[in-house]
Ligand binder design. Structure first.
Ligand SMILES: [Zn+2]
Length: 243
């Protein structure tokens, strides 16, 4: 399995203090031994496939450093999706993206990494359809804003706040249809010791395994997850299931 990562994801660009470089440090430690692949930044032309030109310019002007890292994360997502056509891949990227809509963003997000990655696969004729499985604690409103009306994408946000219901919902959606590719927005803030208080480390392994059973082509992008002591362990657990 390839892990897409760039040292710039360790930079302390202006964002909320909980969305900190230590998140990446902890995950990197846990993923020791995995092959790391460096991405290139998404160009403005690529970003404009999913964002308005004025919005892109605003991000760039307000904070050039944040723009640079966010464009790199978006490019990392695109690379992750492309690699996943050969074997499963993980985008160890920040900032996250699922709260980035076409013309606005919030929740530590700037550009929508998942929307860009799938749009690029689709535009290049590499997939006919896709499922976005968003397991972050928070509703991926940005992904729904950009891809929600696209007939070739299904988006599922887990909304249950109780563990058994949550896992049942995931099982159900993965059983329902077949997709050319599944992109998982992996937010680990659903973890039992994180803000959500729902899932265990083992549950992430199970979700990864369920995605594996459902689609030959599959990838995941890092979204939220703020309980640093176990963040790396949870990512590793998910990836072991996914691969
Ligand atoms: Zn979240």
């Amino acid at each position: 399995m390839n892990v897409v990562y760039h040292p710039r994801f360790l930079e302390d660009y202006p964002t909320a203090s909980c969305e900190c470089p230590d998140r990446i440090v902890n995950i990197l430690e846990a993923l020791e031994g995995y092959a790391l692949v460096a991405p290139e930044a998404a160009s403005d032309a690529q970003l404009s496939m999913i964002h308005g030109g004025t919005y892109i310019e605003t991000v760039k002007k307000e904070c050039p450093d944040t723009y640079a890292v966010a464009a790199l994360a978006a490019g990392g997502a695109a690379k992750t999706a492309l690699l996943s056509l050969e074997e499963p891949a993980f985008g160890l990227i920040r900032p996250p993206g699922h709260h980035a809509s076409r013309n606005s963003a919030w929740g530590f997000c700037f550009f929508n990494n998942m929307a860009l990655s799938l749009t690029m696969l689709k535009e290049q004729g590499l997939i006919r359809n896709a499922l976005v499985l968003d397991i972050d604690l928070h509703f991926g409103d940005g992904t729904v804003d950009i891809l929600g009306s696209e007939p070739w994408v299904s988006i599922f946000n887990t909304r249950a706040h109780e563990r058994t219901h949550y896992m049942d919902d995931v099982r159900k959606v993965l059983r329902e249809h077949e997709y050319d590719v599944i992109g998982v927005s992996t937010g680990f803030d659903t973890y039992v010791r994180d803000w959500g208080g729902i899932l265990t480390t083992e549950d992430y392994f199970i979700i990864g395994s369920l995605v594996k059973k459902s689609s030959e082509k599959r990838f995941a992008l890092l979204e939220g997850g703020y309980y640093l002591p176990d963040l790396g362990k949870n990512v590793l657990s998910f990836l072991k299931g996914l691969y």
